[in-house]
Design a protein around this ligand. Sequence first.
Ligand code: SF4
Ligand code: SF4
Length: 200
Amino acid sequence: MENQALGEVPSERLPVHFPHPIQVADCYQCGKCTAGCPVAMHMDVAPNQVVRLAQLGEWEKALQSRAIWECVGCQTCSTRCPKEVDCAGVMDALREAGFKVQTARGKDINKDLPTNRIWVGDSILLEDAKFVALTLTRAGVGIAAISRFCDGSGEKTNWIEIGTDHKLINSRPLTVEDIQNLPQIAPRDPSSCGSNGQSL
Ligand code: SF4
Ligand code: SF4
């Protein structure tokens, strides 16, 4: 039972698809994880604070932090923790929360063309798609469009695919503001499906 492993964290405050059981209730904020982290000085939210956000069920804040992407997975924090809290596991779980991300695919698998489009499955929430798009945009990847798969494949309902669409090569990339203000992901429209079933 994943939610029981979270101790005091109310289950209704977990992200819908949070994939891993993680134990954070025992953390008493001693800070040893952060003191040993080799990249903590570059993080906007320190490792012990990420654990605290997880304790409080403040998933949105944790998922929006740059820290989870700056973590290099060295495991030092988990090794140092006197309460056996797997801080590195929390970081891993947050990176994976809510969706599976498939990269280097899409309509055009020509690796010489830049990544410029995100396709998301039926059950992916707008905020999750925005989170991935913002992360890529802030890393310098120009995302020109976000759209739903339209192949109706059940196996992709919880899937985000990042790839290249040659039709968008000359399109202006979305800005951070464009992504933040995106009101919805264009709904699936079978009439706009190409031969491989993806939205155009
Ligand atoms: S070392 Fe362990 S107990 Fe201390 S703040 Fe980090 S996660 Fe919490
Ligand atoms: S696993 Fe991540 S958070 Fe933990 S010490 Fe290493 S870089 Fe820091």
